[in-house]
Ligand binder design. Structure first.
Ligand SMILES: [Zn+2]
Length: 301
């Protein structure tokens, strides 16, 4: 009897320590080194990323640092439960360290020739959002919409619109600042205030984070891990933030870099909205299908 109880205790301790080791290892090791293509894009983006006047006028810190701190423990446990509740029974894809999407099983019938569509810097305008999602629907595609908390604050109805129409919401910080240059406290505030306002608006806790310009630091990785957020840059940049007002350039840039599992970075911009139907048609013509973001497992590996 004693032996059996002791055995169970030992087993429980082993399982617990294995779990904590795994999450620590996954969180720290996964994304320290950005993939080369993403790093290239991020450098270009740093100077040319679209910054509308609205971004800078948005007030940060709607939640005081103090109250965010005291709640962080609660938030992470709630987040974990929510992610489980919203996640499918089994994940069919994962993200690798080059920010490409890979099927979990080689032998499986899960298509390898896939792309993940992502749109940053919204929500801005109902007209653009509706047009994008009309096009996604036409092609049986879903996408991640990486939103800024300050924009959600100004237009909660636009976040609801994306969510109601099936868009998957990701965290793109509160004020679209480059986190790499910020203090750990500021990083925490930027990410967690955004988690909070999204949760309050649509009752969903995002599980994907994209730092503006793809530029993070250790604090960003730590805060992401604490909030069960996968740190996601991209592996194909549409350069829609460089080639302004040029829908054809968006398509050409994507097609030139296209490969199996591409995570494609686009933005909520008029010329991207205009290019989208033709781009998705071309991708399908080359045999690509679109990954449902909800089928991507939480840990990068
Ligand atoms: Zn952005």
């Amino acid at each position: 009897m004693f032996k059996k109880t002791a055995g169970w205790l030992l087993l429980s301790v082993l399982i617990l320590s294995a779990c904590s080791n795994q999450s620590t290892a996954g969180n720290t090791g996964a994304t320290q080194t950005p993939a080369t293509p993403a790093a290239t894009e991020q450098n270009t983006g740093a100077t040319a990323a679209p910054q509308t006047g609205n971004d800078t006028t948005a007030s940060s810190g709607t939640t005081s640092a103090g109250s965010t701190d005291t709640k962080s423990g609660e938030n992470s446990s709630t987040t974990a439960e929510d992610s489980k509740a919203e996640a499918p029974a089994s994940y069919t894809y994962h993200m690798n360290k080059n920010y490409d999407i890979v099927p979990n099983k080689e032998s499986d019938k899960t298509p390898k020739k896939v792309v993940l569509l992502t749109f940053d810097d919204g929500p801005k305008e109902a007209k653009m959002i509706n047009s994008m999602i009309d096009t996604l629907d036409k092609h049986n595609a879903r996408a991640i919409f990486y939103v800024n908390g300050s924009r959600v604050k100004r237009h909660p109805e636009l976040l609801k619109l994306i969510h109601d129409r099936g868009g998957v919401i990701g965290n793109h910080t509160y004020d679209h600042i480059v986190l790499k240059n910020e203090s750990p406290a500021k990083v925490k505030q930027q990410i967690e205030d955004t988690q909070k306002i999204i949760k309050e608006t649509i009752n969903v806790t995002p599980r994907f984070l994209r730092p503006p310009n793809g530029a993070g630091n250790d604090a960003v990785h730590e805060v992401a891990a604490k909030n069960n957020l996968m740190y996601m840059n991209w592996s194909v940049g549409s350069l829609d933030w460089v080639n302004q007002d040029d829908p054809q350039a968006v398509i050409t840039n994507v097609m030139d870099q296209l490969h199996s599992g591409s995570t494609i970075l686009m933005h909520e911009l008029p010329w991207t909205v205009e290019a989208l139907d033709q781009l998705l048609t071309k991708l399908e013509a080359k045999g690509y299908t679109f990954v449902d973001p909800d089928t991507i497992e939480p840990e990068m590996r």
